[in-house]
Write a protein that binds this ligand. Sequence first.
Ligand SMILES: Nc1ncnc2c1ncn2[C@@H]1O[C@H](COP(=O)(O)OP(=O)(O)OP(=O)(O)O)[C@@H](O)[C@H]1O
Ligand SMILES: [Mg+2]
Length: 344
Amino acid sequence: MKKNIKRALDKTPLITIVIDIDRNVTYYNNFAKQKFLFLEEGRDINTVIRSTDLNIFINKAFSEKKDFKVEFQPSNFEDWYFIADLVFFHENDGSDSELTMMLTDQTMLYSYEKMRTDFVANVSHELRTPLSSIVGYIETIKNDINLDKTTTHKFLDIMEDQAWRMTRLVEDLLLLSKYETEDKPLQFKEVEIVKVVQSAIDNLNKKIEDKNLKVILDDHYNKKIISLNSDSMIQVFINIIDNAIKYCQEGSNINVALKEAMVDDNIYVQVKIEDQGEGISSEHLGRLTERFYRIDKNRSRDLGGTGLGLSIVKHIINRHNGKLTIESELEKGSTFSVYLPALN
Ligand SMILES: Nc1ncnc2c1ncn2[C@@H]1O[C@H](COP(=O)(O)OP(=O)(O)OP(=O)(O)O)[C@@H](O)[C@H]1O
Ligand SMILES: [Mg+2]
């Protein structure tokens, strides 16, 4: 390869690899080496990047002596996604023995796009299930003229339930998008944190009574004041305590404690919500705040859940520069801790 081409390729901000007709690497730049650590001169390109699509186009380029563009996902790095420009820099003597591959890393764009399509698929699925149940019952009521009043009522109750389910899902999606998009600042006010927690508990009183639970609130602080957005923070505690209620046994206790905690040399207010429920096994812990993530989809759906609660929690806490930790032991219970920056 000519020196001036090599110098240009050294500087190009694209992952650049040159191969000869035997598919062996003859040159690579720094960006290429950073991405593909195994790159070495003389190595068969197929042992570095495995992709049938890329291979087909390399073969085409060499046989047709033409430039090509190809999108591919290497099978040895499944999360990565590239667009490759396969280019011949024609030498003076007319020989086209070397093919230059310039790769644009599309991984971020691709994963963003995948997240978006997954999200749309999830939302559609969550809406379609209650919707088809409602449509089914409407048809039954319309077609069966002999349907007695009690059965009709039973069907209407189910339809009402399903309609509420859809309403909740839409409300949660609106909340999520409100807290996810950061263009509108949240209004912060100085308030007693214990009052915020207490309003969340009051909001859930009926569910607490129905399951015969006891919520024990322990305020070590005695009315500590911090700066927060009340409405959204009440939502955080409603979502976490609602889970504690849903996923614990009848008649058990839920302990809520407020105290000071140091994290990385900073003072935080810790609100700890501890249930004596079924617990969560460790492989799920890191994923609970993903949208629509539920350990047992059917069970959570039966309990009215859509799997958006904790992702809303995460976004609101982030908007407060706070942190969320989850600890759990199977059959013993789970502890969710919300850390919020304390006022100096
Ligand atoms: N305290 C808890 N004990 C056991 N499992 C829990 C607890 N909190 C959350 N989980 C698990 O985490 C999953 C995600 O919780 P999340 O609140 O995001 O969704 P959800 O409760 O299923 O639905 P919703 O959107 O109505 O809150 C739940 O489906 C459940 O499997
Ligand atoms: Mg929930």
